[in-house]
Design a protein around this ligand. Structure first.
Ligand SMILES: Cc1ncc(COP(=O)(O)O)c(C=O)c1O
Length: 360
């Protein structure tokens, strides 16, 4: 086994103990309130992590793309929700193959136009597809905007021989911009909204909100049947420093990078740029923040360069290695073929990113 010191950077490191703790603690909140957990795998894209989530008690998995669903089949998942607007009949053979292996497969019904195409896809795949209706709770992406639209869509689904409505889902991505103090009131309003729509359409159906900012809070209300968070499994600056729903010492994924130059006072360049961190950053412009307590932030990226600034930058020397918590963990994982798993700071193993690049 190599030591971390022997490996070249940039490296994406995953702390095994922290991942396990994040999986356990989200599952514990859900179990305590009898709420199902169906984690979104878009964050980790790894069969190794999906297996841990299922073993801990997750009721199923959520994917964005059909390709992610295919990649997760080796996890043994029996209940899978593809939370994306599928419309392409070319997907039919692949969809049928996934449905043959997953007894409880659910698709997303996101608008009247999409449901026309989805019904054609289901027909071509030879399925009576189970669908979850998307409700928009403020992100302004997919999903019906009001009760009248929800009722119309429910009628359209009921009239289709190829679709069955099984519940409602939401994604509160806009909560990444909600000040922490406002979270309880705003999350309560969303729960009221989605339960109001559900009750008006069909009281027997479940509601499945999904977002790491709101998941614990919503699960703890016991008023929703399921939550579908993704990023909680690793955490990132958005969850620890912006929304403050996780502690910095719960962040399980870091980027290890090397200082490659000190071109001027106040600036260090590292060997990890947008091809490692992605271009995602916090609203105050930070792509990554150092994890050892010093004041060092990646404030700008080119493809293979990160620009590090901060109070402690002038103590850095070429060759120093720094570990950063990224701003947005999901896009970091999607840029690497494998992660290096550590235990107590030492190399433990590698996990492949099985669904890397599975955008189709
Ligand atoms: C449909 C859907 N559900 C759930 C999630 C998980 O949200 P989070 O990344 O906040 O955990 C996402 C994230 O993009 C999503 O798009």
């Amino acid at each position: 086994m190599p030591t971390l010191d022997e490996l070249s950077t940039p490296l994406v490191l995953v702390d095994r103990t922290r991942v396990a703790a994040n999986i356990r603690s989200m599952q514990a909140v859900c179990d305590a309130h009898r709420v199902e957990l169906r984690p979104h795998i878009k964050t980790h894209k790894m069969v190794a992590v999906a297996r841990q989530q299922l073993e801990a008690g997750a009721r199923g998995l959520t994917c964005a793309k059909l390709g992610e669903a295919e990649a997760m089949l080796p996890s043994g998942v029996r209940s899978l929700f593809i939370a994306h607007s599928l419309v392409d009949v070319r997907l039919a053979p692949r969809l049928a193959a996934v449905a043959a292996q997953v007894p409880d497969l659910r698709l997303a019904a996101t608008s009247e136009a999409q449901v026309v195409a989805l019904a054609q896809l289901a027909a071509r795949a030879g399925l009576k597809a189970t669908v979850m209706m998307a409700l928009d709770t403020g992100l302004g992406r997919e999903g019906v905007r009001d009760l009248a639209a929800a009722q119309r869509l429910a009628g359209q689904i009921a009239a289709s021989p190829h679709l069955t409505l099984a519940g409602f889902y939401t994604h509160e991505g806009h909560f990444y911009g909600v000040p922490p103090a406002d979270l309880p009131a705003k999350a309560a309003a969303v729960v009221d909204q989605i339960i109001g729509v559900r009750d008006a359409v069909d009281r027997s159906l479940p509601v499945w909100p999904g977002c790491s900012v709101t998941a614990r809070w919503m699960a703890a209300t016991g008023r929703v049947e399921c939550v579908r968070p993704g990023a909680y499994v690793f955490g990132d600056l958005h969850l620890t420093r912006v929304c403050r729903v996780m502690q910095p010492d719960e962040a399980a994924l870091t980027v290890l990078a090397t200082v490659i130059d000190r071109p001027e006072p106040g600036l260090a360049l590292i060997d990890a740029g947008s091809k490692t961190f992605s271009s995602d950053r916090t609203a105050d412009g930070i792509h990554g923040f150092v994890t050892d307590g010093r004041d060092l932030a990646v404030v700008r990226v080119n493809e293979e360069h990160g620009y590090v600034r901060g109070r402690d930058v002038d103590a850095l020397r070429v060759g120093d290695r720094l570990s950063f918590e990224p701003a947005h963990v999901c896009t970091v994982v999607n840029l690497t073929d494998e992660v290096v798993v550590t235990e107590h700071g030492q190399f433990s193993t590698r996990w492949p990113v099985d669904a890397r690049g599975c955008t189709r």
